[in-house]
Design a binder for this molecule. Structure first.
Ligand SMILES: NC(=O)c1ccc[n+]([C@@H]2O[C@H](COP(=O)([O-])OP(=O)(O)OC[C@H]3O[C@@H](n4cnc5c(N)ncnc54)[C@H](OP(=O)(O)O)[C@@H]3O)[C@@H](O)[C@H]2O)c1
Length: 333
């Protein structure tokens, strides 16, 4: 299998590259070479996917059986990439997201759920992270790929991804906080279902689907109801060897205090439908998801080994300040 991976050095891409190398596939990487995380071994073509000349130079390194676009997020840019590679690659695989679904997190979603309106030619003119624009932009990217590759396209739509290399700042925040010990503010109930997926399982499933010539969209997440918020925090306590005590605070009370879901308390979402992504299609195709315990252990191991997340604007959004947490904990005790 000759595979071209666009990106490959931050988080999801790194896991995809590692898995592809492990399968003995012939890997070409394309990125600007700014980040140090790309594994050794593959042919590394340096360039910027926003520059037509770089894309033309890249295409000349083909052909490939498949191109995996891990981090594309701007429809007009993805369109240009897909056009430049249309005759150099048989198939196009795109790392999409649960955010393409218009009704998420307010309704359960499966692959037939309605998507946001997307424009395959849109360039919003900024590369800044915008949570409201993210879903529609990813839909635009999917549409651009469909236009160039038709049904030779595979769309992986993961829910929240955790694991070694995570730069969004969710699991690293919990691990670091819990490792410091003391009273840790936790959003009740501990039995709240969650369904993040390990980055290595996303990578494995993506490559398995490539190997079987699968096309179309696949939702990717842990099984609904298997994991809980309490399970995640206990896993963090166990793998960090911490003696932290969780102070479970009523969710309505936390909301009254103005505590922000999702970011200030990472991964906390009160809507049960936020964690109701149907993944039957992927599971029937072979998706398996390791335990949260394994994800927490590997991420802690990575952090302890000097792993540093790629600097990203989203990282700073996550986590509650020490002072504010102490105030809220004091009010609960
Ligand atoms: N995190 C989550 O919970 C979550 C959930 C659902 C879906 N997703 C999706 O998962 C994907 C995460 O991707 P990732 O960031 O981890 O991918 P990645 O492939 O590991 O990293 C991004 C890569 O893009 C390269 N790059 C950035 N701008 C470039 C440019 N202009 N030209 C060429 N290369 C460029 C970077 O290298 P250089 O800087 O060296 O160029 C880096 O290798 C995204 O598509 C996201 O939408 C994430």
């Amino acid at each position: 299998m000759r595979i071209l991976i666009l990106g490959g050095s931050w988080f999801v891409g790194r896991a995809v590259v590692a898995d592809a190398i492990g399968r003995g596939w012939e890997v070409t990487l394309f990125n600007r070479g700014r980040s140090a995380g790309a594994p050794e071994g593959p042919l590394h073509v340096r360039g910027d996917w926003e520059r037509a000349a770089d894309l033309a130079r890249l295409a000349a390194h083909g052909p490939w059986d498949v191109v995996v676009d891990v981090a594309g997020a701007v429809p007009a840019v993805v369109r240009n990439v897909a056009r430049a590679l249309a005759s150099a690659a048989e198939r196009y695989v795109f790392m999409s997201t649960i955010s393409v679904y218009r009704d998420w997190p307010y309704q359960p979603v499966d692959e037939s759920s309605p998507l946001w309106d997307g424009d395959p030619d849109l360039d919003p003119g900024t590369r800044r992270w915008d949570p409201d624009a993210y879903g529609p932009l990813k839909v635009g990217c999917e549409l651009a790929i469909r236009r160039e590759f038709g049904d030779r396209a595979l769309f992986i739509r993961p829910h929240v991804i955790l694991g070694p290399g995570e730069y969004v700042g969710r699991l690293p925040w919990w691990l670091n906080r819990i490792s410091r010990g003391g009273h840790v503010l936790a959003p009740a109930p501990p039995g709240r279902a969650i369904q993040p997926v390990d980055v290595r399982d996303v990578a494995r499933f993506t490559l398995d689907m490539i190997a079987t010539n699968a096309t179309g969209p696949f939702n990717v997440a842990a099984p609904i109801g298997r994991d809980t918020f309490g399970g995640l925090l206990h896993a963090c306590r166990e793998v960090t060897g911490s003696t932290a005590e969780f102070v479970w605070a009523d969710e309505a009370w936390l909301a009254q205090q103005g505590v922000r879901e999702w970011t200030e308390i990472p991964l906390w979402r009160t809507l049960p439908t936020a964690w109701a992504m149907n993944t039957d299609k992927a599971r029937q195709a072979g998706l398996t998801c390791r335990s949260l315990q394994e994800t927490a252990a590997a991420t802690w191991h990575w952090l302890q080994g000097g792993g540093v997340p790629v600097a990203h604007e989203r990282f700073a959004e996550h986590g509650i300040s020490v002072e504010r947490e102490a105030e809220l904990v004091a009010a609960c005790l």
